[in-house]
Design a protein around this ligand. Structure first.
Ligand code: NDP
Ligand code: HSE
Length: 448
């Protein structure tokens, strides 16, 4: 019988418990695929007395000493499904410097300080696998890291947060407002008790940093990502999107291209955006994830599936465990991080996008010209203007026609640098004829 590959499992919550279950249920197949049995050496948790239900595992394996477990001589490979920056970073650095390969789902740590992890892996000659960190079960990172390594990726556009996609899909389907849709997501168990990381875009920004690092062979951290969440998206925005044949999604957009000085650079942003209903990402509903990759030779590729949940995420973890265990037995490691391109990060102001702006303005002669003049001053070209509604002016009809009431102007621009669009909006805010700016949303996909 071949010597087993001994695993330290750090964390036994939503994902960790499913890892234990799959290791147990698929033991025979995993042994055949790896070439040796996979055996749990220990499981580190925070609360040793927590009821683990019917988990098929020896209770004596549990410990609260994660670092001690990582350091044990009988541990070959470490699986980390705890999350957070510390102490997870210390455990993983310790493991890899000692030559023990790591499989982790920890997107927050990878996005905050992936460089330290990659350096430790290189130093110790260990593997660092993290397929589960982005888009759960979808085999996306290995595709970027291996399958597309002969190609040049120009852009990655994705829906990488299931909670916000559930909320926006509900708003689109029922006309609900953000709070109502969030309540439904919480009731159904999609949103966590504290939904900040999801609804404010932190989770998606971490994933965007990981995707951009892999796609563009450049170290990108969460701090490099422009981030906006979905808390400001209203039912009126969604209705306005629908009127344009669009829907609203929280997109992660990573692209490479020349900056304003012609230097090849990387732009990474996460924000809500209108996309046409004909766009492949528009039909991605509920809590599903999807990522659209554009590459020079491969063309357009779409990845779709479950981005979260215990079993889907554990599937990705187990795939990595099999790869790392095989390498361990063969005494090899996969090629390390590829960050040779080291491209600079382009500021958000240089990102090129379209805008949908909804203005509440005074309804009198010259207003449209004044508004159009602001766009012209900032060199932003208007694509369409629509007067969505207008009040009639004084009820007795005595007022001059077109005076005294309000009008809603909906303006969609052609592409322009984000800084020019932001300056346009700022100047509009200061105009006496603009009563309020009801909404400002970027528009992606479709004609430019
Ligand atoms: P949970 O909160 O469900 O589980 C966390 C586990 O870590 C628990 O078992 C907890 O112990 C243990 N733990 C916490 N602190 C410590 C500590 N100091 N020492 C030892 N053990 C500790 O998290 P999830 O399973 O949901 O997530 C785990 C990781 O996977 C995170 O990085 C997350 O971002 C990532 N991920 C999660 C997805 C999901 O759908 N849940 C999807 C993709 C990635 P105890 O059981 O005693 O509380
Ligand atoms: N909270 C995340 C989501 C799941 O809603 O997609 C973990 O990545």
């Amino acid at each position: 019988m071949t010597k087993p590959v001994r695993l330290a499992l750090l964390g036994c919550g939503t994902v960790g418990a499913e890892v234990v279950r799959l290791l147990h249920e698929q033991a025979a197949d995993l042994t055949a695929r790896v070439g040796a049995p996979l055996e749990l050496a220990g499981i580190a948790v925070r609360r040793i007395t927590r009821d683990r239900g019917t988990l098929p595992v020896d209770p004596d394996l549990f410990t609260t000493d994660a670092l001690g477990l990582v350091k044990r001589d009988d541990v070959d490979l470490v699986i980390e499904v705890v999350g957070g920056i510390e102490p997870a970073r210390t455990w993983l650095v310790e493991a890899m410097r000692a030559g023990k390969s790591v499989v982790t789902a920890n997107k927050a740590l990878l996005a905050e300080d992936g460089g330290t992890l990659h350096d430790a892996a290189a130093e110790g000659g260990a593997d660092l696998y993290y397929e589960a960190a982005v888009a759960g079960a979808i085999p996306l990172l290995r595709s970027l890291r291996e399958s597309l390594h002969g190609d040049t990726i120009s852009r990655v556009t994705g829906i990488v947060n299931g909670t916000t996609n559930f909320i926006l899909s509900a708003m689109d389907a029922t006309g609900a407002g953000f709070t109502e849709a969030l309540d439904e997501a919480t009731e159904l168990g999609y949103a966590e008790a504290d939904p900040t990381a999801d609804v404010e875009g932190f989770d998606a920004a971490a994933k965007a940093a990981i995707l951009a690092s892999l796609a563009f062979h450049t170290r990108v951290t969460a701090a490099d990502v422009h981030r906006e969440g979905i808390t400001e998206v209203t039912a009126a925005d969604m209705a306005s999107a629908k009127a344009m044949g669009c829907t609203i999604k929280l997109l992660c957009i990573a692209s490479r291209g020349p900056d304003s000085r012609g230097t090849e650079s990387v732009s990474v942003r996460v924000h809500p955006a209108m996309i046409p209903v004909s766009h492949p990402l528009a039909s991605v509903g509920d809590a599903f994830n999807a990522v659209f990759v554009e590459a020079a030779a491969a063309g357009q590729l779409m990845f779709y599936g479950r981005g979260a949940g215990g079993a889907p995420t554990a599937s990705a973890v187990l795939g990595d465990v099999v790869a790392a265990a095989r390498n361990h037995l063969a005494g090899v490691r996969t090629p390390s991080e590829s960050s040779y391109a080291a491209l600079p990060i382009r500021p958000m102001g240089e990102a090129v996008t379209r805008y949908h702006i909804s203005l509440d303005v005074a309804d009198r002669p010259g207003v449209l010209a004044a508004v159009a003049g602001v766009f012209a001053r900032h060199d932003v070209s208007i694509a369409t203007v629509r007067q969505a509604s207008a009040s009639a002016g004084p009820a007795d009809g005595t007022g001059p026609v077109g005076r005294g009431g309000d009008a809603i102007l909906v303006i969609v621009t052609h592409v322009a640098p984000d800084a020019a669009l932001a300056a346009t909006v700022e100047e509009l805010r200061g105009l006496e004829i603009v009563r309020s700016i009801a909404s400002v949303l970027r528009v992606e996909g479709g004609s430019r």
